[in-house]
Structures are given as C-alpha cells and as structure tokens.
Design a protein. Sequence first.
Length: 169
Amino acid sequence: MRHGRRFMEIFIVVFGLGVLCVFLYPVFFVKAREKANTSCANNQKVIVCMAMEYAQDHQERLPTASTFWQKLQVAPWHLICPRKPEAANGYGFNIHLGGLANAYEACDDPATVPVTADSDNPRHVLVMNTDLVRRERGGCIASFLDGHIEECSPDTVRLQPKVQKAGKR
C-alpha cells in the first residue's frame, strides 16, 4: 500500500508541474519574441543612422543598392536579424533610394518610404513588396527615411518614393 501511495504522489506532482509549464510557457515565449523584435529594431536604427550619416558626407546622396552594404561598413552583429540568426544579413535596402540625390528632401513623405526592412532577398535589396518578410503577427520591421522604426504590413509599404518637383517643399 505504501508503494502505491508514493506513485500517486509522484504522479500528482509531475502532473501539476506539467500544468504549470503549460500556463507559463506562453509568458516566456512572448518575452523572447519581444526581445527579438527590439533587437531587430535596434539593428535597423543603427543601419538607417549610418545611411543618413553617409548621405550627409556625400552631398546628401545615399549609396547605390549594389554598394550600400559595403560603403556603410556596418558591424556584422548589426546585420544579424534575431528571427534568422543563421543568415549573415537579414535585412534589405530599398533599391529605389540608391543614388537618389537629396532623398529626404526629394520624397513627398519621408515617413512612408522605408530605407531598410526585414528581407530574405539573397541580394539584400528591396525591389518589390514580396521581398519583405512577414513576422509572426503578419508585419515586418522597417526603418524609414525620416529615421523612425516601426512594424508595418508589407502590403501597405510603399517602396517606390513619390519624388516631388524641385521647389515644391
């Protein structure tokens, strides 16, 4: 009788721990996902700041898409996206901004034009919205021409900037 009672006690303890894990697992999983999103946003903030600094040093012109990553000389750890750590670069540069003179002033709304975003494109450029990678909630993290970072829907991102005529601003 004593042997059977120990088995039931152990079974109840293990069952209780299993139930506890089921309830606590989502809490830790959500915190890990938020940490990854924050890390990705920080990486893109560093990249967009470096791009703006580059433009300031080169007559307000961003590098072309083919030379963007080489000319910025971004530290390798800022290129690793936490959602895809095995990739050397988890981001893409908006090809439509490459070489654009005075990009910030030329675009009608810099807050809507992404500079970089989550991407699986092997050339690390953003040509079409299909180059943007959806995350768990359906959005992607992008850095915009005005310097802000946000999670947005790939369907609503406008890669091709509307360039305004000189003297309109």
